[in-house]
Write a protein that binds this ligand. Sequence first.
Ligand code: CP
Length: 324
Amino acid sequence: MNAFAGRHVLSLNQFDRDDLEFLFDATDEVGRELAKGEVRRDLEGRILMSAFFDKSTRTRLAHETAMLRLGGSVSGFADAAVTRASGRTQESSVDVFRMLALYGDVIVTRHPVTGEPARAAEAIDGALIINAGDGTGEHPTQAMVDLYTIRQRFGRIDGLTIVFVNDLRMRCTRSLLRGLRKYDCQVRCVAARGMDIDPLLRAEVEGAGRTITFHDDLIGVLPEADVVYSSPTVLAELPEDAVPRPAAGELPLGRELLEAVAKDTLAVLHPLPRKEELPADVDDTPYNAYFQQAANGVTLRMALLRLMLGGPSVGDSPTGTART
Ligand code: CP
């Protein structure tokens, strides 16, 4: 059933595996509608408010595009510098969210402070919040897109070996690990030095009965990988002694390396934006799943917005078959 109706989306931990699979089925349905050019404009009259206190290319535009494709409208801001939250007035975020909740039906927000979307959800009435990335917290809809892209590519998530590389402190990694722990897959981590996953997150994943293994050597684990998930390095946050390994320079995830040791079916995912850790020479190889991943960012958010805003009846049967 539709577990998304009328709910904020703040963390992957809110949703169980059946909920995610339900969303992915609904996303398949949207994909079929888009392919036929027959998208149901279920959200006419509904308004999405963007509240981006931090920069974004994909997340904001994918949500806004999704809403527009469903017949809804979009307002808001892409830069808090144009609002009273900046400058001399320094209006509190929570007051900004209260205002947006008076104007729109769903607020998509990115904020540099971890936990701010959850605090907003506590403070407002009458609108739903989507966490579009909060500090080092979570980026739940990105992880939904990532999981969907894996399922689309392989027809399943169970049984796959997923290798995380580069900066494993990122919120995308946190949300994706929280999603993967609901599936029966192998997780291997090759962190850049000083950029290992949070021990509490590791304990959370292992507490769910999933094993994560840690490795220094990408070449050692690459041959068994079905998916390599790389993420950006936030250079400003690097510890002084950090030597990105294998990302920036030493051993980038380049075409030559992939062709030498990876499975033909390997999928490389990256939430983007990328730098040296993912060279452009991978773009025109079959390993490239990251542009499809970015395109899925619209399709999945169309399904999600429909399920959140469309009322309990919408999405109860995304494939036309009653689900129990
Ligand atoms: N994947 C992602 O969050 O990209 P943006 O920072 O461009 O939104």
